[in-house]
Ligand binder design. Structure first.
Ligand code: NAD
Length: 481
């Protein structure tokens, strides 16, 4: 409805000029009352009222139109799936989006307890966040295989093909591991999980990964890697009794512009080269605070370029393999070297870190700690950096096809020239020793890749697994394959 007083104003041509300048001539004529008949006067009034009503409605809706056009323009620089991921992460952090209502009931609680219960004497009970992710899937398989209790949680966001995450979920389900479809920012659900099951450990791997995507969707990094991390620590500190020990994924990217090599945990990490790195570094500072205040046992693992079967399509080795098969060009950064670390070596490191984590010393009931709890950080790398050009040469050989290479200078938008891990602390504390060469690891990857995408006759233009299900395995997939 138009505001009161506007009808009166309509009778006065001078005032109406303000609202409908396009009809100024008509208005002035109407105001004079000399040139128009009574019927056209009425018609005029109706037209003016309709115009005013439209202006009023447009004003009411203007903010939503504005925000919609903002979203549309931002999709031009990022994929539709990335946008989906961005929105779902931000939306899911609101309490109203809690999955705690969906996940409830005695039957559901029993299922959670059954999943979390170890099947061996002395086994641990682990909540794995990011369980449908690359590292999360392999760690969950390995924990389950040795008789530990495992419950997974993942929000299945579309940062990369969610069908791959669902396929990993199906693989885990076939081994008796359940993954809840939920966000780590869902505080209600996390509190409920700690209430229902006595997790001894949390393996926290859920995060927004990727260095360059941080320029497109910075808020997703804050939502998952900072707010989400705090959400997990809060739930563990204040809702779990006794508190679990937490092992979580930091990243080699925290070394940023550090040039001392090999990278040691004692080196500087205060010069991140990307927002991703900055959120991981922030996570290490947040871990310090939760350890100090609440006595949480916290271990951060700095992974170095992890690769292997069921890997991440956004990572270079994976996207290069797709491009080589499809005959598409690949862009390489000249002189870039990476300490490529095979997934099975990383899994052994994760399990070693869990097994040696030491207890948390705080109490959810009193909010006090009884003494200092372990606070640790470890490099999990391969200790031998390889030029990215060499990685491509191995892929070419394994795929039987030459890459169409374009070598460019590395831009300063997140990537660092080289990574190189010193793993002596992890070796000393839990016997971490990477054993897989890049040649052997990439062979395992290519075997899986060809099988998963059904590439026996190597055609991949838009490689997608048929009906989004995992390909029938030639051999049984285990964490150590
Ligand atoms: N793969 C590597 O080379 C590498 C290197 C350094 C650090 N890391 C870290 O290791 C961890 C695992 O990496 P990955 O390679 O398996 O990545 P990934 O993307 O495959 O796995 C992360 C999983 O977390 C889920 N997730 C993201 N945000 C979430 C949220 N808010 N709530 C619930 N689930 C969410 C995603 O859906 C995904 O399945 C990440 O923390 C990553 O930053 C990985």
């Amino acid at each position: 409805m138009p505001p009161s007083g506007i009808t009166d104003a309509a009778a006065k041509g001078v005032k109406l000029d303000r609202y409908a300048s396009g009809g100024a001539l008509l208005l002035r004529r109407a105001a004079s009352g000399k040139l128009v008949s009574a019927s056209s006067h009425l018609l005029f009034r109706a037209t003016v009222l309709a115009t005013l009503a439209l202006v009023f409605l447009f004003t009411l809706h203007y903010p939503s139109l504005l925000s919609r056009s903002f979203h549309l323009s931002s999709t031009t620089s990022s994929s539709a799936s990335a946008q989906h991921s961005h929105r779902s992460l931000l939306m899911s952090s609101s309490p109203s989006a809690s999955a705690a209502g969906t996940y409830s009931g005695a039957k559901w609680e029993e299922e959670i307890r059954r999943g979390a219960r170890p099947a061996r004497d002395g086994g641990i009970s682990v909540l794995v966040t990011g369980a449908a992710g690359f590292v999360g899937t392999h760690c969950s398989l390995a924990l389950k295989a040795r008789g530990d209790g495992v419950l997974g949680l993942d929000n299945f966001n579309a940062y990369y093909d969610p069908a791959l995450k669902r396929a990993r979920q199906a693989l885990l389900a076939s081994r008796g591991v359940l993954i809840l479809d939920a966000d780590i920012n869902d505080a209600l659900l996390l509190a409920k999980l700690f209430d229902v099951a006595a997790f001894t450990h949390v393996l926290h791997l859920a995060a927004q990964a990727g260095v360059r995507y941080a320029m497109e969707a910075p808020q997703t990094y804050v939502a998952s890697n900072v707010a989400g991390l705090v959400s997990v620590f809060e739930a563990a500190a204040k809702h779990a009794d006794p508190q679990p020990a937490i092992v979580w994924a930091s990243s080699s990217s925290v070394y940023g512009l550090n040039t001392d090599a090999p990278f040691s945990e004692d080196h500087r990490t205060d010069r991140p080269a990307s927002l991703y790195a900055a959120t991981k570094k922030a996570g290490e500072a947040i871990a310090h605070a939760y350890n100090h205040i609440y006595g949480l046992s916290l271990t951060g693992l700095r992974f170095f370029t992890v690769y292997g079967p069921w890997g991440r399509p956004d990572m270079a080795y994976f996207s290069f393999a797709r491009a080589i098969v499809a005959g598409e060009p690949i862009t390489l950064f000249a002189d870039a070297r990476r300490d490529f670390t095979y997934i099975d070596d990383v899994v052994r490191g994760c399990l070693g870190a869990l097994d040696t984590a030491g207890r948390s010393t705080g109490s959810a009931r009193t909010g006090k700690k009884t003494g200092p709890a372990p606070l640790r950080v470890y490099n999990l790398g391969n200790t031998s950096p390889v030029p990215v050009t060499r990685m491509v040469a191995i892929l070419e050989k394994l795929l039987g096809k030459k890459a169409n290479k374009r070598v460019v200078t590395m831009p300063s938008n997140g990537d660092v020239p080289f990574t190189h891990a010193n793993v002596s602390h992890a070796a000393h504390d839990f016997g971490y020793r990477p054993t897989t060469s890049l040649e052997a690891g990439l062979r395992h990857f290519v075997d899986w890749f060809v099988d998963y995408y059904k590439l026996d006759d190597v055609k991949i233009a838009n490689a997608k697994p048929a009906d989004n299900k995992p390909a029938k395995k030639k051999k049984k997939m285990t964490a150590s394959s």
